[in-house]
Design a protein around this ligand. Structure first.
Ligand code: FPP
Length: 239
């Protein structure tokens, strides 16, 4: 049974295993990614029902550009189609869509889809869905340092006054709570440059399930496990 008063506020997911899911079925990888998109529906519904506030999804990393060009193109097409088709439905469900990462490298069309999804849903106060696109934790930190240097140069900020809180405000997740629970599917045990600052104290949960097979029930398993952990934030036991 889930303890509804101890649901993680912010869950991040590394949706891994689309390629292997497709390979097992002798399908092209792009169809694995499509099945990966379809898996989101059940996860969103469950997250909403149990009161998760923030869900951050690793959809395209700064390293994913190194994949074969046809796969990158298929992923871009899928993202644009998803935003174009699903945004209205998500809006009706009070979902607020946001994107983290450096989207300047995407096509004008995809950037326009991103802007209109964010714009349409900006006043919603239901589930906050953060989609990480051309996102890398190190890249995000480099971009933050550049913005900070600029503000120091323009006398908007004093270098000696920089705190963890201030640095957080320069990240793409500014104003959002830290990650409580980080999930990775497909039996890989890595963070892969995802939310390296924000997940500093996150509980980690791994499963062998390939992302397209991931259901709301798996999310509930992860949260149950989370509820049995003792979060210490660097303190000693029972402190
Ligand atoms: C990892 O599987 C998955 C990706 C690189 C892409 C994930 C993207 C989606 C599920 C689409 C998300 C869309 C939205 C709108 C949020 P992999 O290809 O690395 O799988 P493999 O390790 O089995 O090859």
């Amino acid at each position: 049974m889930l303890n509804i008063s101890n649901v993680p506020t912010h869950i991040a997911i590394i949706m891994d295993g689309n390629g292997r899911w497709a390979k097992k079925r002798f399908l092209p990888r792009a169809l694995g990614h499509k099945a990966g998109v379809d898996a989101l529906r059940d996860v969103f519904t469950t997250a909403e029902n149990i009161g998760v506030k923030y869900l951050t999804l690793y959809a395209f990393s700064t390293e994913n550009w190194n994949r074969p060009q046809d796969e990158v193109i298929a992923l871009m097409k899928l993202l644009a189609e998803y935003l174009g088709k699903e945004t209205k439905k998500l809006h009706r469900n009070n979902v607020k869509i946001n994107v983290i990462g450096d989207v300047s490298r995407f096509s004008v069309k995809l950037q326009a889809e991103i802007i209109s999804a964010i714009e349409l849903t900006k006043l919603n106060d239901g589930l906050f869905v953060n989609i990480a696109l051309n996102y890398g934790g190190r890249d995000e930190l480099v971009r933050a340092v550049k913005k900070i240097s600029n503000d120091v140069k323009e006398d908007k900020l004093e270098a000696q006054n920089i705190t963890e809180k201030i640095l957080s405000n320069y990240l793409d997740t500014s104003g959002m709570p830290d990650v409580d629970l980080l999930i990775r599917t497909s039996g890989e045990y890595r963070i892969s440059n995802f939310l390296i600052w924000q997940a500093a104290y996150a509980e980690l949960w791994f499963t062998d399930v390939l992302w397209p097979d991931f259901k709301g029930a798996h999310l509930i398993d992860a949260i149950s496990d989370y509820q049995n952990r003792e979060r210490r934030f660097g303190k000693s036991e029972g402190e």
